[in-house]
Design a protein around this ligand. Structure first.
Ligand code: NAP
Length: 344
């Protein structure tokens, strides 16, 4: 599988990254290990996890995803062949059971990393990401902008803690997630001032139903050499077509967890139906069209795929061989113009 440079890190990552957030909730440890074996055999060298996972987050399961990845790393060895990314949680989101509510203070960052490294049975992370910002802004689908001058951990403090961890060798590089253009540019400026290397990646949502990254963020990715690690490339599975016409497949994420409503509006269904039809007319599966579209974007470093079955994973891995033609891309643009970003 093609590899691409991870920002200015000097590391190369596979253009597909294995997402993990179903492990410990929809997937067992044995299933997680089989996914890892399959993905690595297919050429993936990049795995993304988080201290908060699995999703939906719960006190009883928190950390299981990293634990499962850790037991696989310990059993299989070859740690240095892989690029392992994890994340420190920001404040809010009901995670009161995690350090009495996570903050991005230096103390929290150091403790979160200690615990992630233990669960992962490794002494370093290749990429450590700030899962979401401390300040109140537009992420996780929040529309509109209401400015709030609230107390939040100063970015300098969080970056200082990351700088210390880089110096100790416990993290090699850091990245951002759920960030805005302002936040990314601010981190870049502060990093330069502090003599800290620049962030190497931005992990934000990007899929056919939500291309808002293209406005504002894509330019930052290109000009600052800080590419997108695209999450939810199938819009939680909606872009496979399996939820069309009110279908609710028994084991599907959206069937199981009704609180996940971001990708289930009438407009989302209308757009998804058109992308599904285009895929079928073009002789590919809807998942492969949707995934290839994301992977093919010039501002994307790696596309973070997720799967709950081996069949899904195989289909998603095979999307790495699909190249969308100019004609198909033009059809996609026509649908996007008719129904732009139904799930921002
Ligand atoms: P996604 O591609 O939008 O959804 C993946 C889900 O769709 C699978 O778990 C599966 O769920 C279904 N699916 C996948 N392939 C399929 C196929 N071929 N046919 C039918 N259904 C299929 O991605 P995601 O899971 O939301 O996100 C991927 C990764 O990105 C996560 O694991 C995590 O590492 C990362 N992420 C990060 C953030 C962040 O805030 N930074 C947020 C979200 C995700 P069912 O089997 O349940 O239907």
């Amino acid at each position: 599988m093609q590899q691409r440079p991870l920002g200015r890190s000097g590391l190369n990552v596979s253009k597909l990254c294995l997402g993990t957030m179903t492990w410990g909730e929809q997937n067992s440890e044995a299933e997680a290990h089989r996914q890892l074996d399959m993905a690595v055999a297919y050429g993936i060298n990049f795995i993304d996890t988080a201290e908060m996972y699995p999703v939906p987050p719960k006190a009883e399961t928190q950390g299981l995803t990293e634990t499962y990845l850790g037991s696989w790393l310990a059993a299989r060895g070859k740690r240095d062949d892989l690029i392992i990314a994890s994340k420190v949680a920001g404040p809010g989101n009901g995670l009161t059971y995690l350090r009495d509510g996570p903050e991005l203070t230096a103390a929290h960052v150091h403790q979160a990393l200690d615990e992630s490294l233990q669960r992962l049975q490794t002494d370093y992370l290749d990429l450590y990401q700030i899962h979401w910002p401390s300040r109140s802004t537009n992420f996780f689908g929040r529309l509109g902008y209401v400015h709030q001058e609230e107390e939040s951990t100063p970015l300098e403090e969080t970056l200082g803690a990351l700088q210390e961890e880089i110096q100790k060798g416990r993290i090699r590089h850091y990245g951002l997630s759920n960030e805005t253009p302002w936040g990314t540019m601010k981190v870049l400026a502060l990093a330069e001032k502090m003599g800290l290397p620049a962030p190497v990646s931005i992990q934000n949502p990007y899929n056919l139903l939500n291309r808002t990254y293209e406005v504002g963020m894509a330019e930052v990715s290109h000009r600052e050499n800080c590419g997108l690690l695209a999450y939810s490339p199938l819009a939680f599975g909606v872009l496979t077509g399996k939820y069309l016409h009110g279908q609710r497949p028994e084991h599907g994420r959206i069937t199981l967890y009704s609180r996940f409503t971001r990708y289930t509006s009438d407009l989302a269904e209308k757009a998804a139906a058109q992308y599904v039809a285009l895929a079928k007319d073009s002789g590919m599966t809807p998942a492969q069209l949707a995934l290839a579209f994301v992977t093919q974007q010039a501002f994307v470093t790696s596309n973070i795929i997720g799967a709950t079955t081996e069949e899904q994973l195989e289909e998603n891995l095979k999307s790495s061989e699909v190249v969308l033609s100019e004609e198909i891309l033009a059809e996609i643009e026509a649908i996007h113009k008719r129904i732009p970003n139904p799930c921002p």
